[in-house]
Design a protein around this ligand. Structure first.
Ligand code: SF4
Ligand code: SF4
Length: 675
């Protein structure tokens, strides 16, 4: 049975290897959800993507890639109030956007279970910060479940729906990127019968009309429910005291870091210290903590980020009269992801127990090797239209790496694939913070710095997320900004989810609604608006130059579909249609005899399919287009100022009948292509 089938049809006793995100989605399915939504965000995207992919075969399941996290959580609340269990997923910073609904949810409560699955990102490999969303619960009062492994990711999600209903809270399920993206063994349980998932909204003004004195009453009610939940968690299966044997030293941990702690203690050969494993990290039950404190003189809290558990436990220890030492962030860094090595080092220092010799040597060797590893920079995919867009912007701004010329405009960055433009060789961003900060901050800079022009960048998905009010604000206040919307038709960076202007789905079908972005921008009052293909470099670059000369808000839409999605669709359709195989193969080649190595293609455009090469017995390198990597976008052909790049077409039938002469020095190209 394939994994996707098992995901839908697996029953109690089945097992499979799944991602943490898939385990969360499966737990929600086992709990009988009827609603699942998210604004895509790494590392959480697959939670809803796997449900969306399979929704046609899952009875009564509604899935949605919402415009943003605020809308998404509101949608989940609507489903819950209609009596339908709802899962809403987002990445850590998404909760900032959804914080308004998150703050009223405990006041109003839920009807059917609601779980908010948050992918946190310690180390920020795919985020602009390391924000630990657990701190939100100190004021939203949303309880937090923290699974430690793949099995718990499913089981806790499933149980969280029951707890949500029993105590009328939306439950936060926290999963760091290491859990979201790791794969492991999962034992399935049975799915609920889905035929009865039908919405029925029942009026409940006492809870749902949350204002004035009613809000105050709701406040008191949720504080009471919070205490009831705390009592429930005293005896629950989620929190456990392990190794109750007499011991003066204790550890408290949760989530994936708990698994690291157990590994670290094993490596140090320590099996007798008391451990409190918290499956729910908010609220923490008093009696259980009191019981854990018994006989202990020293405690260390092992957790990632800035010490959310330490903050709560130190306060509770004071109230409970615990007199021993409590440590935490003095042994474990508050910044960056805690690896098993970091946990091991911290535990070894806390216990004053040296690392086993072999491990100490291994860690040192590992660090040595890491220092020697060549740095690898991120870059755009080969053929990505964003590469052409950045090339055009930089040319219009007078920038040249090769000639050492600085650009003369401020470029405001934003969140998406195009963020990679901040890396060399483009270095094309002066600031980058959060969703739609580019135009938001850029428009204010344009008010005060009249000497420089401002270009603000945004992707289509990010624009729909929260860019519309920012653009409206710029129009209303007549800001002097050039706003470039890089419209590749997908939320590409998070795994290619649809955006409102996705024009053609991956299977060739038309989405039921596709927004005309140009018309939308026009309707916001923008009068200067052009839409064009960024791969037409000369046209696009000269359009940027003219736009920069105009006053006010100017919008250019760089409209070209993500090259990966286009290729996937072509592949899928050619597999399922009876189209005749292509008889012509085209490719781009650099003619050695004409190339002067001006570096426009290799350094300025920086397409990775262009590589320096040395022929046998030759001293000098020449530039070569690797036919296996090149996707034939033709952009290098346009940027070469010396007409050294040309398009060659091969008639594949008969094989060696070429339509155009091929330079002798490219004979090996034919060999590589086997034509
Ligand atoms: S045509 Fe040129 S720019 Fe496009 S993928 Fe090939 S080498 Fe790169
Ligand atoms: S192929 Fe053209 S653009 Fe590339 S280095 Fe040679 S002359 Fe310059």
């Amino acid at each position: 049975m394939s994994k996707s089938n098992l995901f839908i049809n697996g029953v109690k006793g089945d097992k499979g290897i799944v991602l943490g995100n898939e385990a969360i989605a499966r737990g929600a399915l086992e709990a009988g959800i009827g609603y699942a939504s998210m604004y895509p965000g790494t590392p959480a995207s697959e939670i809803i993507a796997v449900l969306d992919k399979n929704k046609k075969t899952i009875e009564n399941l509604y899935t949605e890639f919402s415009l943003n996290e605020h809308v998404s959580l509101h949608g989940a609340i609507g489903a819950s109030w209609s009596g339908v269990r709802a899962l809403c997923a987002m990445k850590n910073v998404g909760l900032n956007v959804a914080s308004e609904p998150a703050h009223f949810l405990s006041y109003t409560g839920v009807k059917a279970g609601l779980v908010l699955a948050i992918g946190s990102d310690p180390g920020a490999p795919s985020s602009s910060n390391e924000q630990d969303d657990r701190w939100y619960s100190l004021h939203t009062y949303m309880p937090i479940a923290e699974p430690s492994n793949i099995q718990e990711a499913k089981d806790f999600t499933k149980d969280a729906f029951d707890i949500s209903e029993e105590f009328s809270f939306g439950i936060v399920l926290m999963a760091p990127s290491r859990l979201c993206h790791n794969a492991g063994k999962l034992y399935f349980d049975d799915l609920k019968d889905r035929s009865g998932i039908v919405g029925d909204f029942k009026k409940d003004p006492e809870n749902y009309l949350n204002l004035f004195s009613m809000a105050v009453k709701n406040h008191a009610k949720y504080l009471n429910r919070h205490n009831l939940l705390k009592n429930y968690l005293e005896e629950s299966k989620f929190n456990k005291i392990i190794n109750g044997s007499p011991s003066k030293t204790g550890f408290i941990s949760s989530g994936v870091i708990y698994s690291h702690l157990i590994d670290a203690l094993g490596i140090l050969n320590i099996y007798d210290h008391k451990i409190l494993k918290l499956g729910f990290t908010f609220p923490i039950p008093d009696k259980l903590l009191s019981k854990f404190f018994e006989g202990l003189e020293r405690i260390v809290i092992v957790e990632e980020a800035e010490g959310f558990l330490e903050f709560q436990i130190k306060k509770m220890a004071y109230e409970l009269g615990f007199k021993g030492e409590i440590h935490g962030k003095d042994f474990f860094s508050p910044a960056g992801e805690l690896t098993i090595d970091d946990v091991l080092a911290g535990v070894s220092r806390f216990l004053e127990k040296p690392l086993p010799v072999f491990f100490d040597t291994a860690i040192k060797k590992d660090r040595e090797l890491q220092d020697k590893m060549p740095l690898r920079s991120g870059t755009f995919c080969i053929g990505c239209p964003h590469r052409a867009t950045f090339y055009s912007i930089l040319k219009a701004a007078g920038f040249s790496n090769t000639e050492g010329k600085e650009r003369n405009v401020i470029i405001a960055g934003d969140v998406g694939c195009y963020t990679l433009g901040l890396l060399p060789p483009y270095n094309a961003m002066d600031f980058f913070t959060c969703m739609n900060a580019g135009l938001g901050i850029g428009q204010a800079i344009s008010i005060f710095d009249k000497k420089k022009k401002v270009i603000a960048l945004v992707g289509d998905s990010t624009f729909y997320h929260s860019g519309i009010p920012v653009l409206l604000n710029a129009v209303q206040n007549n800001s002097d900004v050039l706003y470039i919307i890089l419209d590749n038709s997908w939320t590409a960076m998070t795994g290619h989810q649809r955006t409102p202007s996705t024009r053609e789905d991956i299977d060739g079908s038309q989405p039921s609604h596709s927004i005309n972005l140009k018309e939308l921008v026009k309707s916001l009052g923008v009068t200067y608006i052009k839409s064009m293909d960024p791969n037409s470099i000369k046209r696009f670059s000269s359009q940027i130059k003219s736009a920069l000369r105009e006053p006010g808000v100017k919008v250019l839409i760089a409209k070209r579909e993500c090259v990966l999605q286009e290729a996937r669709r072509d592949k899928l359709l050619s597999k399922h249609t009876a189209a005749a195989p292509a008889t012509v193969e085209s490719l781009y080649e650099i003619q050695k005899s004409r190339c002067v190595k001006c570096n426009e293609c290799y350094v300025e455009l920086a397409c990775p399919a262009i590589i320096p090469k040395k022929g046998a017995g030759e001293d000098a390198e020449y530039y070569f287009i690797d036919p296996a990597s090149c996707v034939r976008c033709g952009v290098c052909y346009e940027v070469c100022p010396n007409s050294a790049i040309r398009k060659v077409e091969f008639d594949l039938k008969p094989k060696l009948n070429k339509k155009e002469a091929i330079a002798d020095d490219q004979v090996e190209l034919r060999k590589e292509l086997n034509v």
